[in-house]
Design a protein around this ligand. Sequence first.
Ligand SMILES: NC(=O)c1ccc[n+]([C@@H]2O[C@H](COP(=O)([O-])OP(=O)(O)OC[C@H]3O[C@@H](n4cnc5c(N)ncnc54)[C@H](OP(=O)(O)O)[C@@H]3O)[C@@H](O)[C@H]2O)c1
Length: 340
Amino acid sequence: MGTKLTVAVVGPKGLVGREILELLAQRQLPVGSIRLLGTHRTAGAEVEIAGRAGKIALLTPQSFDGVELAFFAAGPNVAGEHAPRAASAGAAVIDVSSRFRLDGEVPLVVPEVNVAKLDDWRERGIVACPSPTAVALAVVLAPLAVQAGLRRVVVSTYQGVASAGRRAVGALSRETVDLLGARGVRRRRRFARRIAFNCVPQVGALEPGGSTTHELLAVEELRRLLDLPGLSVSMTAVRVPVFFGSAFSVNVETESPLAAAAAAAILREAPGILLHDDAGGSYPTPAEVAGSDATHVGRIRDDASADPPGLALWIALDNVRKGAALTAVQIAEVLARDHL
Ligand SMILES: NC(=O)c1ccc[n+]([C@@H]2O[C@H](COP(=O)([O-])OP(=O)(O)OC[C@H]3O[C@@H](n4cnc5c(N)ncnc54)[C@H](OP(=O)(O)O)[C@@H]3O)[C@@H](O)[C@H]2O)c1
């Protein structure tokens, strides 16, 4: 790839779309022009890209003529309708929605974990990014799996509202103000229960059997990323009144013994991970990792309750950034370098 790419960003006013634009301005992807594609609500509006104003156009079936790389950050319905069109028009499509994550013909990729899967991108012309939950878990569990094998993983995740999009951030803010003003929550809820000053153990819809769509999908994505279709995983996802960032409490049972100190040594060297293990008891929190590119890990300790003993650890990451936008841009960088 010698020339600069013509790039499209679908959903440039959304949380992930805006973060992708910021990363395109900051990183080294060879971008020529950027086409911004939105809805009737935002078409005509301006977005700042690297200090310059760009105008949003209405997304139509013809929007991708001449586009070489298309980021889709507008949800599964838009991706289902327009991503195949963009691919047919010749664009390499990177979709951050759930639409293609379990599609066997579409590679599901986190560059730190399974970059070789990008060799298959031409089959449909589309690459899927996993959910932030699967990104965080795969980045941390992949190097442990290589060293010790994985037998069972138990996860509780604490998810900030940004993972539900721009309007969810506004909803937490309004609910908080309403409750602090002793007015009660006046507007329609965006979550299953009140989110301000609360914790809601439901991310996505409840399915028969009691798990949620998010839990079921994230487990399957994780198995796909690690190439461990039979991995035993139990997950509970909780929505918490945090704006940006998510956290994960993880218990891991490995095939061969792996002590906490050995796990820390592996993770210290692993790509994309920032380890918090100084003697002062440091650990990452969602608020502290907002805006960070890394997947942060702390509180690694032996879990003697498992038989044989396992590990317990804590992960935090910025769900909008590493959980979606950065992973998408890293995929684009590999495609641009090796495939386009
Ligand atoms: N937020 C996260 O942490 C995160 C992480 C991983 C993956 N994701 C996924 O990324 C996608 C976007 O999430 P988000 O958080 O950025 O959501 P968001 O803040 O609600 O933004 C969604 C964007 O999609 C656009 N859009 C919706 N329908 C459209 C249509 N028919 N044509 C063109 N644009 C359309 C919206 O345009 P308007 O501005 O014109 O309304 C908006 O800009 C979702 O699939 C989400 O599941 C999000």
